[in-house]
Design a protein around this ligand. Sequence first.
Ligand SMILES: Nc1nc2c([nH]c(=O)n2[C@H]2C[C@H](O)[C@@H](COP(=O)(O)OP(=O)(O)OP(=O)(O)O)O2)c(=O)[nH]1
Ligand SMILES: [Mg+2]
Length: 146
Amino acid sequence: MEECPDSFVRLDAALPTVLVAAIALVDIEGRVLIAERPAGKSMAGMWEFPGGKVEEGEIPEAALIREAKEELGIDVSASCLAPFAFASHSYEKFHLLMPLYLCRKWDGLIVPQEGQRVKWVRPLDMGDYPMPPADLPLVAMLRDFI
Ligand SMILES: Nc1nc2c([nH]c(=O)n2[C@H]2C[C@H](O)[C@@H](COP(=O)(O)OP(=O)(O)OP(=O)(O)O)O2)c(=O)[nH]1
Ligand SMILES: [Mg+2]
């Protein structure tokens, strides 16, 4: 029988679950936008899918529409957000639950609003960029899918 992969889930740690919504913007050449986490934030210098914490009373799609505007200056509509996969990963202080949505259509030009660097990268080349450990299974799924 096939072995199960290593688990990054800590069942016994009583961690709070934090819901973060993330977006994979995909261009016509199949590249995906990643953004560098700004200095001062946790995991600064790592490359991530844009997005952020879902606030109280907010649904993930609304959080992404808000974050796409706040972080990248673009307008995304809920109908252009396709649920793709999710990460479930225990960090030291919290458990991250992060749905990733694909989006191929948005309005406006991408202009990083927080001084962060952004890059269009083929999923096959994402290994060249350090990403949070929670993202690695998502990158593998993007490689298979895009
Ligand atoms: N946006 C995003 N966050 C990720 C990814 N992978 C990953 O582990 N995370 C973690 C890092 C953070 O602990 C958390 C997201 O929090 P954040 O600090 O970006 O949240 P935010 O945009 O709402 O910003 P803020 O409230 O901290 O100002 O999720 C990813 O690909 N994208
Ligand atoms: Mg963020």
